[in-house]
Design a protein around this ligand. Structure first.
Ligand SMILES: [Fe+2]
Length: 248
């Protein structure tokens, strides 16, 4: 992760220490090991990340021809779908509260929305969430999520994957309620879940965003097919827990 200046690094160092952890601090850089799953977090003083703006896709609407006299641009796209960035990761932790505290109280992530006693959506940028930690029977990477331009790119990307291997399908197409993003989840070649997303909420002014509390189906989605049981509890978790999983 990037930080603005040396003051940020020192503040994060104090916060990490107050969690009883020992960070490694060098000029412009701090490194800390998350206490439950044991992954490494690195924060460095870096220039602010600026993502080049992609022109909006014109979609016609009632009384509004934003795309007069032409067919939809999504019809003409034929190259491979290229994600614009890694938007977020979702982590399963055997101690959800402790891993979440590492991100919020330690690294300074902000909470965008809460699903009580399950998880909080956390951000370190203007995206609604960059990390979510959920309680799990073992520590694992639940999914990575990759930003594409619009809903057409989600459909094109997912269909290209499914043409090669229909078994990659996990859950989609739908729209999340928390974060608002369109989604389609697929299995990546290692068997981890991987999400194509577009149109996620952006929190540009913290003062204007009211964190919400969501329970039940809304915590998972607004519309789409019902989530498969394997989304909540991946099928190979039991095998991983007993160490019987074959490495693919
Ligand atoms: Fe996601």
């Amino acid at each position: 992760m990037g930080a603005t200046d040396e003051d940020d690094i020192h503040r994060i160092a104090r916060q990490i220490e107050s969690l009883g952890l020992i960070p490694t601090v060098t000029p412009g850089r701090i490194e800390a090991v998350e206490p439950i799953a044991g992954f490494r977090a690195v924060v460095e003083v870096l220039p602010e990340l600026e993502q080049p703006a992609v022109p909006p896709t014109p979609y016609n609407g009632p009384g509004r021809a934003d795309r007069p006299d032409t067919r939809a641009p999504g019809l003409h796209r034929d190259g491979a779908v290229r994600p614009r960035k890694l938007g977020h990761v979702v982590i399963g932790s055997t101690d959800q509260a402790a891993t979440q505290r590492f991100f919020t109280d330690g690294l300074g992530f902000k909470i965008s929305d809460v699903v009580p006693s399950i998880a909080s959506f956390m951000r370190c940028s203007t995206d609604h969430h960059n990390v979510l930690v959920q309680q799990a029977p073992l520590n694992f990477l639940h999914h990575t999520s990759w930003q594409v331009d619009d809903i057409d790119e989600i459909g094109r990307g997912a269909m290209a994957m499914l043409e090669k291997d229909p078994a990659r399908h996990v859950w989609g197409l739908g729209r999340h309620y928390v974060g608002s993003n369109f989604f389609w989840y697929l299995k990546d070649p290692a068997g981890n879940f991987s999400e194509y997303y577009s149109d996620i909420d952006c929190i540009v002014d913290d003062a204007l965003w009211e964190p919400g509390v969501f329970e039940g189906p809304k915590s998972l989605y607004s519309w789409g097919p019902p989530p498969p049981p394997s989304f909540v509890m991946p099928e190979d978790l039991a095998a991983h827990m007993t160490g019987a999983h074959d490495s693919r």
